[in-house]
Design a protein around this ligand. Sequence first.
Ligand code: COA
Length: 375
Amino acid sequence: MSPYAHIAGWGMYAPARVLSNQDLEHMVDTTDEWIRSRTGIVERRIAGEKESTATMAVEAARRALARAHLSPRQLDAIIVATISPDHLTPATACLVQAALGADKAAAFDVSAGCSGFIYALSLAQMGITAGEWHSVLIIGAETLSRFVNWEDRNTCVLFGDGAGALVLTASDQPGGVLACVLGADGSGADLLVIPAGGSRMPASPATLEQHAHTIHMDGRAVFRFATHILPEAVEQVMRKAGLPLTAIDMVIPHQANMRIIEAARKKLRLPEEAFFVNLYRYGNTSAASIPIALCEVADHGLINDGSLVVLVGFGAGLTWGAAVVRWGVALPQPARPWWQRALYIARLAFGRLPAFLRRLLYRLWQALPSRRDEE
Ligand code: COA
């Protein structure tokens, strides 16, 4: 058993297309001023036609694996947190697994709204500290632009697309994920919901006409819940870790609304620089928002080895979750000769080849005349 789950790699992907508040002014009855002052959002990214939650997840995952110097074949599990999966079934994580060629990894999705990434992180930590898994890839990825009603100004100005990934590995060195708390209150299930497309309201011409496959939200009620639960979850997880609030170096909150973040910061009496905010560039990317923000924090050198980082999310369900991480890349990276590095990059780039060949062989086998005769 390894007592610690460390973050060994991180990576993010944001689609190229930018949709600004000014663009939205031409689409619905809104203004840049309203969106900025009520949410803090200035622009968001929108996935291209050929992109999906899985393709963006794969891009983020490749970057995280490269940083961790880990081959996809070393992964024991892949967990994708999303509310905008490629399909109802199979899990988006299975598509990611095939694309990476991570053929030894279990793969499944977590649906816990915007808290999904914290749920995935907690599961990965449990699997690692229990000794079941050594290396786990967790990804938060969303294509919310496909689930938004672009005629509803109450919701369409809020959301964006993107993906962020972390690689966690087992280590005997103290640090990594120190504590997690998770919570839910299903009595608020109707406050943030995509009503149709599931077993309760299957797709039909009527559901399409009613825009019932898009996000419906009671913004004010979610706002009240968020401003209360965000500081509460931070306090809870710090208590669980046995650390005072003053030990926090950086809080990375779910990037939903600047006013929610500001209210929480004041309640916790933490300085402005202790809260990372990038929602003005990406909007609310649901389960992807925390890992995207964490990647930017790490890439910009805003945290160092030993920094105490708190990740905190809240969202549909209603759900919430928080995690305390002692930052610091745990694993000493061996120096590799050039050809090993080239082989590694080729493996990452052509990871989907084995799955492709297996599918091809299977189809050829099915098409054999002798097989058809048998059936
Ligand atoms: N542009 C212009 N006006 C808008 C608008 C838009 N994009 N969206 C809503 N409005 C209008 C409303 O229709 C309302 O008009 P009315 O008073 O004539 O009915 C008015 O603005 C105020 O609406 P209100 O709901 O009080 O605004 P608010 O200050 O609560 O801000 C949200 C709205 C959605 C930004 C805010 O409630 C919020 O952020 N909630 C949490 C949402 C969230 O984070 N969800 C994801 C959780 S993971």
